[in-house]
Unconditional design. Structure first.
Length: 94
């Protein structure tokens, strides 16, 4: 997964797959606010959920199979979210 912002100032998320030594773009989604950070730390590998923080202060949880809209959204700060960390998806965590 690659998160970032193109020059126009929107948020860009790209999902890649390694396939026999080649990198293949699986999907790409663009959102109004630039992404600053992301973490798989609060999700199991089977769920394939990604938490992101953006420049508008929002935290989103995304299902990488269906990225039209976040599964969860919350105002995390009044400004930029620089980093996310999470613990989840592990037996006994939580």
């Amino acid at each position: 997964v690659v998160l970032g912002s193109p020059p126009r100032g929107s948020g860009l998320m790209q999902i890649y797959q390694l396939n026999k030594g080649d990198v293949e773009l699986l999907s790409e989604v663009e959102k109004p606010s630039p992404f600053k950070c992301g973490s798989f730390g609060a999700s199991s590998l089977a769920d394939r959920h990604l938490a992101t923080g953006n420049f508008a202060g929002k935290v989103n949880i995304w299902d990488l199979e269906r990225m039209e809209a976040p599964l969860f959204e919350a105002a995390g700060h009044t400004g930029l979210i620089n980093a996310l960390d999470g613990v989840g998806g592990l037996k006994g965590a939580g």
